[in-house]
Design a protein around this ligand. Structure first.
Ligand SMILES: Cc1cc2nc3c(=O)[nH]c(=O)nc-3n(C[C@H](O)[C@H](O)[C@H](O)COP(=O)(O)OP(=O)(O)OC[C@H]3O[C@@H](n4cnc5c(N)ncnc54)[C@H](O)[C@@H]3O)c2cc1C
Length: 427
C-alpha cells in the first residue's frame, strides 16, 4: 500500500502532533465528497459541516501535503491579478462582487484560528516592497483601488519607513497591509483538519481519488474503496493530475522553492525584520520571506514552469536571499524544499461546476492562502443554493495555454523571462 510522507520541510519538522488517519477501505455514502485536504478542501469541508452537510475528505497523501503545507506562509490579500485588470476584464457588477471578496480570506483565516484555537504562529502585517520607482507608483495606485473596496488600513512606506521594517537596501518604498500577516502553513492545515473532525467530518489519508463515475449519483473511486456522494468538490489543485481532464488544459502546475535558515540570534532576527512582518517584492518572479516562530528566515522565490523539481534548491534560492540580506552570508540553511502551485493564463482562479454536482476551485496562480479559504465559503454557499458569489468566479473567462501540452511550458517561461527583464530594466 502506498504511503506518501510529507516532503522534508521545516514545516514537517515543526508540525504540531496529528493523528495517523486511515486510508479508505470501504464503500461509503456521504453528502459531499471533497477530493484533496489542502486549504480549498478543508475550508470547503468546514463551511459545509457548519451548514449541516455530511462530509468525507479524500487525501492522496497527508493533510496539507500539497502547497498548503509547504508555502511561504504569507497571508496576502486579493488575487494574483490586480483588481483594475479584473475590472477591465469583467462587467461592473461581477467586478464589484470580486472586489468586495478580495479581503475576506484573511478574515476567514483569523476566525478559524480563533474559533478552533489553532496554534499556527499567526502574526499580523505584510509588506509589498517596491524595488523600482515604477513599482512604487503601482503600489500607490493599488492602495487607492483597494481602498475603494473598503480595505482602508493600508499604509504607504517611503524609503526611510521601509528601512524601519526591513533591513534591506534594495527597496524604494512599500505598502504595509496590517490585515495581511503570516502563519505556519502546515499547522494551519492540521488545525483545520482537526476542526473538520471535531464537527463530525471524516478524512481519509493515503486515499487518492483515481476515478469519478459522473451522473446523478456520482461515485469517487480510490484504490481500495469508493464514496457515493450527492456532491463532489475537486480541490486537488496542482497535484490533481488528469482526474478531471477538462480542467488540465487551462492550467499548468508550476514549482516554487523555499529555504529556511538555522535559528537566528534574537538580535539578528529583530534587525532584519523588527516588526516581524512578512515581505514580498513586486517583481513578476517575486521573492518572499518572513521569520518563523523560532526566528529562522524562511525565504522563497523562483518559478519552475511545468513543475520539474530542481536538483539543488539551495543553489537557486540562497543567492537571492544573500542579495536581499548580505548580512546572512555565514548563516546555515537547514531546510530546502519545493512545492507546486497551479497557474492559469489569466492568473485568476479556475472555478466552476461540471454537470449538476461536481464543483471545483483551483489555479490561484501563486497567491492562494487567503483565496482558498474564501473559495471554501463560496463553494459551500453554492451547494446550499446561493450561487451569486460562486458565479462571479465561475464566469471568469479561462483559455488554454498557447502551445498545447508540448510547448506551453517553454512559451510561458519565455513570457515570464520577458516580464522579469521588464522588472530589471524598467521598460
Ligand atoms: C512553495 C510555495 C509557496 C507559496 N507561498 C505562498 C504564500 O506565501 N502566500 C500565498 O498566498 N500563497 C502561496 N502559495 C500558494 C498557496 O500555497 C496555494 O495557492 C494554496 O495552498 C493552494 O491550496 P489548495 O488546497 O487549492 O491546493 P493544495 O494545498 O496543493 O492541496 C491539494 C491537495 O489535494 C491532494 N490531491 C490531489 N489530487 C488528489 C486526488 N486525486 N485524490 C485525493 N487527493 C488529491 C494533494 O495531495 C494535496 O494535498 C505558495 C505555493 C507554493 C507551492
Amino acid at each position: 500500500m502506498s504511503n506518501t510522507p510529507y516532503p522534508q520541510s521545516y514545516y514537517a519538522a515543526s508540525a504540531n502532533p496529528a493523528p495517523e488517519r486511515p486510508a479508505l477501505h470501504d464503500d461509503i455514502e456521504t453528502d459531499v465528497c471533497v477530493i484533496g485536504a489542502g486549504y480549498t478542501g478543508l475550508s470547503s469541508a468546514l463551511f459545509l459541516l457548519e451548514s449541516g452537510f455530511k462530509v468525507t475528505v479524500l487525501e492522496a497523501a497527508k493533510v496539507g501535503f500539497g502547497a498548503s503545507g509547504r508555502n511561504g506562509g504569507q497571508i496576502v490579500n486579493s488575487y494574483s491579478r490586480d483588481i483594475d485588470v479584473i475590472e477591465r476584464t469583467v462587467g461592473p457588477r461581477q467586478a464589484q462582487l470580486l472586489g468586495q471578496m478580495a479581503f475576506e480570506g484573511a478574515r476567514i483565516i483569523r476566525e478559524r484560528v480563533a474559533t478552533y484555537n489553532i496554534q499556527c504562529d499567526l502574526k499580523n502585517g505584510g509588506v509589498f516592497a517596491a524595488i523600482t520607482s515604477k513599482q512604487m507608483g503601482h503600489l500607490e495606485a493599488q492602495k487607492k483601488l483597494w481602498e475603494r473596496y473598503g480595505n482602508t488600513q493600508l499604509e504607504l512606506l517611503d524609503q526611510r519607513r521601509i528601512r524601519e521594517v526591513v533591513a534591506c537596501d534594495q527597496y524604494q518604498g512599500g505598502l504595509l497591509d496590517m490585515s495581511g500577516g503570516h502563519i505556519h502553513p502546515l499547522n494551519l492545515a492540521l488545525g483545520e483538519a482537526a476542526a473538520v473532525e471535531s464537527l463530525g467530518g471524516t478524512i481519509y489519508e493515503q486515499s487518492p481519488a483515481v476515478r469519478i463515475d459522473r451522473g446523478p449519483n456520482p461515485v469517487v473511486h480510490t484504490p481500495h474503496g469508493k464514496v457515493r456522494a450527492k456532491f463532489i468538490i475537486v480541490a486537488g489543485n496542482a497535484y490533481l493530475g488528469n482526474l478531471v481532464p477538462e480542467l488540465a488544459s487551462k492550467s499548468m502546475p508550476c514549482g516554487t522553492q523555499v529555504i529556511t535558515t538555522e535559528p537566528l540570534s534574537e538580535s539578528l532576527a529583530s534587525t532584519l525584520l523588527p516588526q516581524d512582518y512578512c515581505v514580498e517584492d513586486c517583481n513578476y518572479l517575486l521573492d518572499y520571506y518572513r521569520l518563523s516562530g523560532d526566528k529562522r528566515l524562511i525565504f522563497g522565490g523562483g518559478v519552475v514552469y511545468g513543475a520539474r523539481d530542481p536538483a539543488n534548491i539551495e543553489a537557486i534560492i540562497r543567492p537571492k536571499m544573500l542579495k536581499a540580506f548580505p548580512q546572512l552570508k555565514d548563516v546555515k540553511i537547514d531546510y530546502a524544499w519545493t512545492g507546486n502551485f497551479l497557474l492559469t493564463l489569466s492568473r485568476l482562479p479556475q472555478v466552476g461546476r461540471i454537470g449538476d454536482n461536481i464543483y471545483y476551485s483551483q489555479g490561484c496562480s501563486g497567491h492562494g492562502v487567503t483565496y482558498t479559504h474564501l473559495a471554501g465559503k463560496v463553494l459551500a454557499e453554492a451547494l446550499r443554493g446561493q450561487a451569486e458569489r460562486f458565479d462571479a468566479f465561475a464566469d471568469l473567462p479561462h483559455y488554454p495555454f498557447p502551445g498545447g501540452q508540448l510547448l506551453r511550458t517553454p512559451l510561458t517561461a519565455l513570457g515570464a523571462w520577458y516580464y522579469s527583464l521588464r522588472d530589471k530594466f524598467g521598460f
